[in-house]
Ligand binder design. Structure first.
Ligand code: GDP
Length: 364
């Protein structure tokens, strides 16, 4: 049993040349514009599980146009009573850890057991470069052919906070559309884990058995958030190293403070590529849900998250209201100059701008 990566012929990542697009058979054919839907149509379509309507509603959530946002918010509000019934699972791991390979297998496992799942993503790389770490390649090839799976790449516009909020809103619509498992995937390279953690029930960290110190390079904060740590690529010659890594992680976890849920995070090994040990991983996740539902922590955490998102939304809207006013921006610029020239202190300058803003919203 050998993964192609272990062959001496393997050259690492390769770029395939694209295929030419097929000629247009009738260049004069006009695309039929999609019918305009009312918020009520969206809600009805979503509740019926109509994937195309769901996809269009998610596009509205992702849009920055005010008119789209207004419809999106109405749709979300109406879907809210039908949401909340899924298992929300966050999945993280560095690029190459095997997230897409594993999600493919985890997803098929869920479907085989009669579930339906939505795979969403939060990719912070899109914020700066407008490129993405997660989204560029064809990912989750098996899952994307299943009608029980809805896969949506990361929203790309805006700050990490903005992207995370859109994903959180998308969860509501997916649940209303009947998806009883929601995976939220992110790259394990920074801040985005905290955002994902604030919207999921279970947080799964995918790790690899490396050479040397297994715990190097893993942010302690990310490990502390994990409810389960799974070592991927436990296949072929790698099994022993994966077991060793698992033992090291277990030892490290002993030193961590108890989790707020009282659940003891578990460490398992598996192989996403060969589909080995997937049921063990899922059994752990099922046991976690049984445990937190019985203890009441499930509800407590969801309530905390709902409060967190309310405050986040207030925060975002206040900032938007403040920074989107041209007269405020102009005054801010003037004040900045004064502060830089030591003509005014940062604090009085800030107070002046805020006073001006509060006055301007009183008399719009
Ligand atoms: P991602 O960047 O985290 O989404 O990782 P991918 O799923 O794209 O996997 C990166 C590479 O690791 C690919 O070449 C996969 O075929 C390989 N890979 C993923 N899972 C396994 C596994 O269980 N065993 C082995 N040997 N290779 C794997």
């Amino acid at each position: 049993m050998k993964h192609p990566e272990n062959s001496s012929e393997y050259k690492g990542l390769q770029v395939n040349s694209g295929v030419n697009s097929a000629p247009i058979i009738n260049p004069y054919r006009r695309r039929r514009a999609a019918a305009v839907l009312t918020p009520g149509d969206y809600v009805e379509g979503i509740l019926k599980g109509d994937v195309s309507v769901l996809g269009r509603a998610v596009t509205l959530i992702e849009s920055t146009a005010e008119a789209h946002q207004a419809i999106a918010q109405e749709v979300i509000e109406k879907c809210l009573p039908y949401s909340g019934g899924s298992k929300r699972i966050g999945i993280t791991g560095v690029p190459g850890a095997g997230k897409s390979t594993s999600i493919d297998e985890f997803g098929l496992h869920v479907i085989r057991n009669g579930g339906r799942l939505a795979v969403l993503a939060i990719d912070p790389s899109s914020e700066r470069s407008r490129g993405s770490i997660l989204g560029d390649k064809t990912r989750m090839e098996k899952l994307s052919q299943q009608k029980e799976a809805f896969i949506r790449p990361s929203p790309s516009a805006g700050s990490l906070g903005g992207v995370a909020r859109k994903t959180r809103e998308t969860i509501v619509l997916c649940e209303a559309a009947g998806y009883d498992n929601i995976f939220v995937e992110t790259v394990g390279v920074g801040q985005s884990e905290t955002a994902v953690h604030s919207m999921v029930d279970f947080f799964l960290l995918i790790q690899l058995a490396g050479t040397g110190d297994e715990l190097q390079g893993i942010k302690r904060g990310i490990m502390e958030m994990a409810d389960g740590i799974v070592i991927n690529k436990a296949d072929g010659d790698n099994i022993e190293r994966a077991n060793l890594a698992a033992a090291q992680f277990r030892n490290a976890l002993h030193l961590f403070p108890p989790t707020p849920s009282g659940w003891k995070p578990e460490v398992l090994t598996y192989s996403g590529y060969f589909g080995l040990g997937i049921d063990k991983v899922w059994d752990m996740i099922d046991r976690y849900f049984d445990y937190v539902k019985a203890s009441g922590y499930f509800r407590t955490k969801r309530n905390e998250q709902a409060k967190y998102w309310m405050l986040e939304t207030i925060d975002a809207q206040l900032r938007h209201s403040f920074y989107s006013r041209p007269e405020v921006a102009a005054l801010l610029e003037q004040k900045e100059m004064r502060v830089l020239n030591n003509e005014q202190s940062s604090f009085t300058a800030a107070k002046d701008v805020l006073d001006f803003y509060f006055e301007s919203i009183k008399h719009p």
